[in-house]
Design a binder for this molecule. Structure first.
Ligand code: Z5A
Length: 209
């Protein structure tokens, strides 16, 4: 089972993945938790290039780095885990590319869909949990968290984008969820982490029995 968690900045993706993994492990399932960018050794080298605030980058170069990270991550981590019969829980995946590079940066979304297909060898998730939250609230949460962890200096390149950028991304995710309702489940990320987890488990049970 390949499950992705998507949403804007600070929506609670890492929190949900951690809680989901605990709940699924308690059911006796083997789960691999991973993320993009940076879910494999090559990706760990790519991640700071993409996220460092001081890095300036052409949109195409940015896209190709995300796709390079994905190609290696799928080949080295995700597919082998799925072949071993494990559950893979991935914090961001191809839908983020369409939302950020497509709706955020204005690149051609159909071309991005094809490039994602190519980079991942056609691997799309069985289920995508979309944590939906007004962009202002997500950014406020992320900034509060970053203030505590000193993360801002090292990984603030996307956070420093204008509010309108983050609002386009939210719309982009919602449009994708409307287009593929059988794959997406939209979760109200304003609810407590426990309430969000309950909804996520219900969506998994509906799909998996
Ligand atoms: N990106 C891209 O452009 N193209 C791509 O193809 C891919 C990615 C794959 C990766 O950033 C950036 O790369 C991302 C998109 C871009 N940039 N942005 N924006 P990242 O991996 O460093 O960060 P992120 O993915 O945006 O996630 P995040 O900021 O770490 O947030 P999160 O994982 O969604 O949230 P969290 O850490 O679980 O929670 C944030 C805070 O809120 C924290 O203090 C929690 O305790 C709190 N929280 C969590 N849940 C709740 C609830 N339910 N209520 C209240 N408070 C909560």
């Amino acid at each position: 089972m390949f499950l992705t968690v998507e949403g804007g900045e600070g929506a609670g993706k890492s929190t949900l993945i951690r809680l989901l993994a605990e709940a699924l492990k308690a059911r006796g399932l083997t789960c691999l938790c991973t993320r993009e960018p940076g879910g494999c050794p090559l990706g760990l080298q790519i991640r700071p290039l993409l996220l460092q605030r001081a890095q300036t980058m052409n949109n195409r170069a940015e896209l190709l780095l995300f796709l390079a990270d994905r190609a290696q991550h799928v080949a080295e981590v995700i597919r082998p885990a799925l072949e071993r019969g494990e559950w893979v829980l991935c914090d961001r995946y191809s839908d983020s590319t369409i939302a950020y590079q497509g709706c955020g940066r204005g690149m051609d979304k159909d071309a991005l869909q094809r490039l994602n297909d190519w980079a991942s060898g056609g691997l799309w998730p069985d289920l995508t949990l979309l944590l939906d939250l007004p962009a202002e609230e997500g950014l406020a949460r992320a900034r509060a968290r970053n203030g505590l962890t000193h993360r801002e200096e090292s990984e603030g390149r996307f956070e420093s984008e204008a509010l309108a950028f983050h609002q386009r991304i939210r719309q982009g995710f919602l449009e994708r969820a409307a287009r593929w309702p059988e794959r997406f489940c939209i979760l109200d990320a304003r609810r407590s982490p426990e309430a969000v987890l309950c909804e996520a488990l219900a969506a998994i049970d509906r799909l998996h029995g």
